[in-house]
Ligand binder design. Structure first.
Ligand code: FDA
Length: 319
């Protein structure tokens, strides 16, 4: 119920305008967002790298409303790539296709992601395409499929365990050795296309983890690169200890090398767990969002955990 409310509010332009300018909300958002500038993100990634954690940097922004904005966002991603190289960060990039024009013009979006991948390629960098709401799933997946068919190897995608279609998508993706970040899914989707119950999503997540880990166990399966920029085939993105315990059990049962799978978590969430898993020797990558367009991302984080609402409210009373 609360989740639906926050997800609906995350798309409300009037509330967005108010919240973005409201200082207590900006302060509260800092728990989940590295800051508003690229330099803030660089600083956050340097700290994570010092703790033995890799990163993926995301300039916040989605559903860009005009072509200029889509071009601007594409240029901004190139600047992140420059900074990663300049500061020798153990990091790659995450990008949303709606940020670079998917909802405006599919062809333009395809051109923009191709530009980003070409630029990333010249710098030995990997780019992950985030998965958005179900209105964009098919287009996002089909653009990814085209990129793979065109020979791009420095790109991966995200699959969401709450969608019924994900089992089929996983099989297709594995048949091309596609790189997948598996998450539960952060949007509100109808029961016709997504598991409505949390327990069902968790069960499906475990099933998909099993399938992905079996592929990571194959001889010659890709490993996380030495510079921390390229992930292996499966990236398991969750803070759910039960899901992680299940994956760790399987990894040891089927003797998968440490570097053939990575765990991913969000900036500011379960830092204890991030360092705990890394201390066991597994690659851990932290998703580091930054930028001025933090409103929808922040609302999704509130939606995931009602307790965050109290954190948000209490921040009004802090200086
Ligand atoms: P679950 O929601 O069950 O939470 C398990 C535990 O984690 C909680 O009990 C709590 O301790 C902690 N936790 C989780 N969320 C929290 C929060 N917001 N605040 C505080 N604690 C929290 N989704 C998507 O649709 N498309 C995408 O591209 C991505 N990308 C992505 C990248 C990475 C690296 C991660 C980790 C996640 C995503 N997601 C995503 C988000 C994902 O779908 C999901 O909404 C969140 O990860 C929360 O789900 P959990 O798996 O953590 O489980």
């Amino acid at each position: 119920m609360l989740k639906s409310i926050f997800i609906a509010l995350s798309k409300n332009p009037s509330l967005k305008k108010i919240i973005l300018e409201w200082k207590p909300a900006r302060n509260a958002s800092r728990r989940f967002i590295a800051g508003e500038t690229l330099d803030d993100a660089v600083l956050a990634v340097k700290t994570l790298n010092e703790q033995g954690l890799n990163a993926t940097i995301d300039q916040l922004g989605e559903y860009t409303i005009d072509l200029e904005g889509a071009q601007q966002s594409t240029g901004d991603v190139m600047q992140i790539i420059d900074k990663i190289v300049l500061h020798k960060l153990r990091a790659n990039i995450s990008v949303k296709l709606s940020q670079i024009g998917l909802t405006l013009d599919r062809n333009l979006c395809k051109e923009n992601i191709t530009k980003i991948l070409d630029y990333a390629n010249t710098h030995g960098l990997f780019v992950r395409i985030d998965m958005e709401g179900s209105d964009l799933t098919e287009n996002t997946f089909s653009i990814y499929r085209e990129l793979i068919q065109e020979g791009y190897t420095n790109v991966g995608i995200v699959l969401q365990a709450y969608l019924y279609r994900t089992h089929k998508d996983t099989e297709e993706l594995l048949s091309w050795n596609g790189k997948v970040r598996l998450c539960k899914g952060a949007y509100k989707e109808p029961a016709e296309i997504a598991f409505p119950k949390k327990a069902e999503v968790n069960k499906n997540f475990d099933r998909l983890v099993k399938r992905l880990l079996e592929s990571a166990a194959k001889p010659g399966a890709s490993h996380v690169s030495l510079d921390g920029r390229f992930p292996p085939i499966p990236a398991l993105a969750t803070h759910d200890e039960k899901r992680i315990e299940y994956a760790l059990r399987l990894i040891s049962q089927i003797s998968i090398p440490f570097e053939a799978v990575e765990f991913q978590m969000l900036y500011g969430i379960r830092r204890d767990l991030q360092t705990k898993i890394a201390a066991k020797g597994y690659p851990v990558r932290v998703y580091v969002p930054f930028g001025t367009q933090w409103y929808p991302y922040f609302m999704r984080r509130l939606a995931e955990r009602p307790a965050n609402l109290w954190f948000f409210i209490s921040s009004f009373f802090r200086k």
